[in-house]
Design a protein around this ligand. Structure first.
Ligand code: PFF
Length: 455
């Protein structure tokens, strides 16, 4: 059965791959992956992360695209319609609502970090990093985060850019932008890894990332595993409906399994390259791998400050990172905008403005938590850190469990077979079904229980 989305369809088969890769590749790969890996000691965390991407992330991505393509509406309405077709409770639409909440929370801090990145385009381009050492670079970063007005200005500019695209409809322009910018970002990362292999302590960086030392984890193994899994969800844009809504614009003929594998592969490659570009610099300059969310902003300027044409490469790198963040941010706003258009009869422009202003206001709380409100903490975390932790480690995996259960247990098996184009008994299909019914939901639940000390 082939159906068409009420919001239109991607212009080509490749458009979905590009848009979904644009959603997946972003600050999560280049900012978040290195700093969380650094906080949990490297190798063991990276190994668990890779395992989560392959065994939980890819199957859930397949399920999420499938639900989207089957429903052809915003995640809330898709879940409501599919639940009705299957004769189960309409409460399944709560999955869509939870996704909207996650989208709000993620975008509110994501935009602030994208703002740092924009600020760094100019700091790099004006030559401020020339000859800088670790302390100098930390001082520049500290001055930026201590300045709420600057943060607000960048956060506002970024949100305006996001709203502008979403208001016009995500299909137009997104494919072209990603087609051009992703390869550029990728190439530049390769150049930076080559530089790190010459000027940095490459051996230390590689061994840090790829030699799993599980004794590093012992003290807080539960936390580390939870964070590695959360990073996989965050980086692949899973568990909140972003990939579901992109799937809802996907043609009925495209192969979901192959697409998911390609997207996850590219996403992982970018994260690993980012790690390889950063950690050799960290070790060569006596910096701290566990420096936290400021990690790339404190280490990369040291590298750009030393390399030939560093001002140019630095500005280019941060600019491409802004673009990567932009294409991710668009997918964070899209599910709620589609909902407002479908259910409230809003025009896309009005819906995007309303959603954008709400996120923007929430973002102000995030950026103030870095300075004026730094004394205010919940569970020992400021607002920005709390939103980051809560969404990646709890809300997205929780959304993932429900997606897995719905696709594995509720949806007719024949529907999943048709969607995946699986002939009877195809081996890959059976692997997917085993992972989605048992492995993925059980793993996420065990990791949750383990992290709170129940097992
Ligand atoms: N995957 C994006 C990144 O790695 O930067 C962030 C993201 C986008 C998370 C969309 C979740 C989402 F739904």
């Amino acid at each position: 059965m082939s159906t068409t989305s009420m919001h239109g369809m991607w212009s080509s088969r490749l458009a979905f791959i590009f848009a979904a890769t644009g959603s997946a590749v972003g600050l999560g790969n280049i900012w978040r992956f290195p700093y969380t890996a650094g906080e949990y000691g490297g190798g063991a965390f990276v190994l668990i992360y890779l395992a989560c991407v392959a065994a939980i992330g890819v199957p859930i991505m397949i399920a999420e695209v499938m639900l989207g393509r089957r429903g052809r509406q915003s995640p809330i309405n898709t879940m409501r319609a599919l639940a009705e077709q299957q004769g189960v409770s309409p409460l399944w639409q709560l999955l869509g609502w939870m996704g909207i909440l996650s989208g709000f929370l993620i975008l509110s801090f994501y935009s602030v970090i994208a703002g740092w990145t924009m600020g760094y385009v100019f700091r790099a381009g004006s030559g401020q990093f020339a000859g800088i050492d670790g302390a100098g670079s930390e001082a520049i970063f500290g001055a930026l985060t201590a300045d709420p007005e600057r943060l607000l200005a960048w956060h506002t500019i970024f949100m305006v850019l996001v709203v502008m695209v979403v208001a016009r409809g995500v299909a137009s322009g997104l494919e072209r932008a990603v087609r051009l910018l992703m390869p550029a970002l990728f190439l530049l990362l390769v150049v930076m890894v080559l530089y790190a292999s010459q000027a940095g302590d490459f051996a230390a960086g590689v061994s840090y990332l790829f030699t799993p030392d599980f004794s590093e984890l012992q003290a807080n193994a539960g936390e580390a595993i939870l964070s590695a899994m959360g990073q996989a969800f965050f980086s692949l844009s899973l568990g909140m409906g972003a990939i579901m809504i992109y799937g809802s614009y996907l043609s009925s003929h495209a192969s979901i399994g192959a697409n998911a594998a390609i997207i996850a592969g590219m996403d992982t490659l970018v994260a690993v390259l980012a790690g390889l570009a950063i950690f050799p610099i960290v070790f060569a300059n006596g910096l701290e791998p566990g420096a936290g969310p400021g990690l790339i902003f404190q280490t990369l300027p040291v590298a750009f400050g030393q390399m030939p044409f560093g001002a140019f490469f630095g500005a280019l790198f941060f600019m491409l990172l802004v673009f990567a963040a932009w294409t991710s941010a668009i997918s964070l706003l899209e599910p709620m905008v589609a909902y407002l258009v479908e259910n409230r009869g809003f025009s896309r422009v009005r819906a995007s403005l309303l959603a954008g202003v709400t996120v923007w206001a929430l973002g102000i709380a995030c950026l103030l938590s870095l300075n004026e409100w730094s004394g205010f903490t919940i569970f020992g975390k400021g607002i920005l850190d709390l939103f980051d932790y809560l969404t990646a480690n709890i809300l997205l995996p929780l959304g993932g469990i429900f997606i897995a259960i719905f696709a594995g247990w509720v949806l007719d098996q024949q529907v999943t077979r048709d969607e995946l184009g699986a002939s009877n008994g195809a081996r890959l299909y059976r692997v997917w079904r085993g992972l989605i019914r048992w492995f993925a939901p059980l793993c996420v639940i065990l990791v949750f229980f383990n992290a709170v000390g129940l097992i």
